[in-house]
Design a protein around this ligand. Structure first.
Ligand SMILES: C[S@@+](CC[C@H](N)C(=O)[O-])C[C@H]1O[C@@H](n2cnc3c(N)ncnc32)[C@H](O)[C@@H]1O
Length: 455
């Protein structure tokens, strides 16, 4: 075994023997300046349709497509596709793609962002008709909206009048003469309106209306008009630069830990940003949207329909009473005994520290659950990747209660146990700087990296 290391770039080989490199790619660091940051997705056409912590910029995907010279003959997989950054770029550049997402609402957003085959003349006509119908509602239109269906969160986020307007918009879109794809497009424009119009501090990553972050409420109808027009313009733009090659863009509502209907050795590049071990609850972060659409009405609904289907990355997903005995899986022990031992020690530390903390957070079980789950994801990706092909992950390490978990190295070592031939780690940026002066926070320096596992 060999390890080559500079401060920014680490290469770890399981074997010195490389039989073939189908994508003809040297083991080298990517030019970081080309990769952008996730903020790019908040500005780019179509990518900006729903603000979501995408994990990386669409420019990373473009760079990888160029670097590995992917064409219409190749396939890209993202096992945690979220709102579809990878799928949008792959479709635009004419590469086949499959994206998996287990969160039904987020999966729906990705599907809407990836449908561009509109009759644009008709869509424009429908947009004009819809706006004419909603822009000047009568007092009667608004007063007849019954708001009792909405959980308290919606009432805290909007004034009564604005909430009436939002419901009026929703009902009008649902009842309008539209094709299903047109309806979805306008509905997503309405969903994207929520966080812009609200008076609450509801920008990412906040969902709970907070006085501290409170802002000026905006007229929901006005924001919807701007957003729907922006969506239409984005479609015009993206269709102009679209290669329109006959490629597949599949988005499966699927748990990435479970086998999926892809052939063995069929994928040329896997790329993803998995949930980090940073106690970020993806189910909770879409509560406002789920409640507004009526897809959920309570914490329990969200747990049953979403939270329980996602890999463990937040303490809200842990039910302590269900654990009895060793939380780390035997599989991990077999695949990477040294990592297992190190994780055991850290989990024990966390289970002790929690008793001295007010919140008594179950970081110990969260960390164990994360690694147990992510092994299943790595196994599935290994199965479908072509030999010699890379699995690129953008991910961060973490330090719950100040105990450092180097997720990048752990996942790299586990992947060698699974059969991947080598891994590389390239540092992208330091993280957590803005919390530095918060006395509640740990002092561990965190980073975000590009971890590449070579099949
Ligand atoms: C960092 S986000 C990925 C964002 C994505 N790059 C984008 O463009 O929006 C991680 C995603 O993994 C999803 N996820 C979590 N557990 C999953 C599972 N078991 N199977 C599939 N997706 C899952 C979450 O719902 C979340 O959307």
């Amino acid at each position: 075994m060999s390890v080559r290391r500079t401060e920014e770039f680490v290469v770890r080989d399981a074997t010195q023997l490389y039989l073939f490199e189908p994508l003809q790619t040297p083991v080298k660091a990517l030019d970081i300046s080309r990769l952008g940051t996730f903020q790019d997705c908040l500005r780019a056409p179509v990518h900006r349709w729903f603000k979501y912590p995408a994990g990386f910029s669409y420019r990373l995907v473009e760079t990888l497509i160029d670097e590995f010279r992917l064409t219409q003959a190749h396939w890209i997989l993202d096992p945690f596709v979220g709102c579809g950054t990878v799928s949008v770029v792959a479709k635009q550049r004419g590469v086949n793609s499959v994206g998996l997402e287990a969160h039904p609402f987020v999966h729906w957003v990705a599907c809407v962002k990836c449908f561009w085959e509109f009759d644009m003349k008709r869509l424009h006509r429908k947009l004009v008709e819809l706006l004419a119908c909603v822009c000047f509602p009568s007092a009667h239109d608004l007063s007849q909206q019954d708001l009792t269906e909405f959980p308290n969160l919606l009432h805290k986020c909007f004034s009564e009048q604005n909430l009436r307007k939002l419901k009026f918009l929703r009902e009008t879109i649902m009842g309008f003469d539209l094709l299903p794809e047109e309806r979805d497009l306008f509905l997503l424009a309405l969903v994207d309106t929520l966080r812009t119009a609200t008076k609450a501090g509801a920008g990412w990553p906040y969902i709970a209306p907070s006085k501290y972050h409170e802002k000026q409420e905006r007229d929901a109808i006005e924001v919807f008009r701007e957003t729907a027009e922006m969506f239409y313009q984005d479609l015009v733009t993206i269709r102009t630069n679209w290669l329109k090659l006959p490629v597949t863009c599949d988005l499966l509502l699927h748990d990435a830990r479970q086998p999926y209907p892809l052939d063995e050795a069929s994928i040329d590049l896997a790329v993803t940003s998995p949930p980090y071990l940073n106690n970020y609850d993806y189910a909770d972060r879409t509560r406002l949207e789920l409640y507004f659409l009526g897809w959920a009405r309570s914490w329990r609904d969200i747990t049953e329909q979403i939270r329980d289907r996602l890999i463990v990355a937040a303490t809200t997903q842990v039910r302590r009473t269900e654990f009895d005995g060793e939380p780390l899986s035997d599989e991990l022990k077999l695949l990477a005994p040294a990592i297992y031992k190190e994780l055991r020690t850290k989990i024990t530390q966390l289970s002790q520290i929690r008793h001295s903390k007010g919140g008594k957070k179950s970081y110990d079980l969260m960390v164990a659950g994360y690694f147990n789950d992510i092994i299943q994801v790595l196994k599935q990706v290994y199965r479908v990747l072509k030999p010699g092909s890379p699995f690129v992950l953008v991910l961060g390490d973490s330090a719950p209660y100040g105990v450092h978990i180097p997720t990048d190295v752990y996942l790299g070592e586990i992947s060698l146990g699974l059969g991947f031939r080598r891994y590389t780690i390239q540092t992208l940026r330091k993280r957590g700087e803005k919390w530095r002066n918060n006395p509640q926070r740990h002092k561990v320096a965190l980073k975000e990296v590009l971890l590449t596992l070579w099949r």
